[in-house]
Design a protein around this ligand. Structure first.
Ligand code: PNS
Length: 162
């Protein structure tokens, strides 16, 4: 049986901390699925199609990684694709409580699913999509924190065509 790691998230947008975790999964699992939550209720900056397209472009060199979107419960989606391993990045102790609750809820809802935590490279340990958007929209330099492609899309979305 293939061991497929599912990396779920909002990815609005994806940043280098996320990509670091996906890259770290590759030697450990037979395949990786980046699963983008269709969370239109949260008024995302990028539509789910835009987020999926961006990530697809970024992971294109890795043929063991695929990108999909999902809605509803993560454990139902995992059943549908026959996966049982969720990988979540843990940046700091402050992430732990939320991640612990989510892992326990997922275990309650889908006992076959195991959550594995991985830590990103230290230089990305403070990164979040929310802070990336905030810093960029206020004129901050976020080069090196997101891929160039994401920087371009953020520029277009936030500053518009110039
Ligand atoms: O990047 P995020 O926003 O921290 O990712 C959160 C995500 C998408 C992993 C989580 O919200 C999720 O799995 N949502 C799907 C709904 C679900 O399964 N909820 C029950 C588990 S708490």
């Amino acid at each position: 049986m293939k061991r497929i790691a599912v990396c779920p998230g909002s990815f609005d947008p994806i940043h280098n901390g996320h990509l670091d975790i996906v890259e770290r999964c590759r030697p450990l699992f037979d395949g990786v699925v980046v699963a983008v939550l269709q969370n239109e209720g949260k008024a995302p900056l990028f539509s789910v199609e835009e987020r999926v397209a961006m990530i697809e472009e970024l992971v294109a060199p890795w043929d063991d990684v695929r990108v999909e979107s999902f809605s509803g419960l993560l454990v139902h989606y995992m059943d549908e694709i026959g996966a049982r391993i969720v990988v979540r990045g843990l940046r700091a102790v402050s992430d732990f409580e939320y991640e612990f609750q989510m892992a326990m809820m997922n275990r309650h809802l889908g006992p076959r699913v195991e959550t594995v935590f991985m830590t990103p490279r230290e230089e990305f340990s403070f990164l979040s999509s929310r802070l990336v958007k905030e810093a960029f929209s206020l004129g901050g330099d976020i080069r090196g924190l997101v891929p160039d492609l994401v920087l371009e899309r953020l520029d277009r979305r936030i500053n518009g065509e110039r």
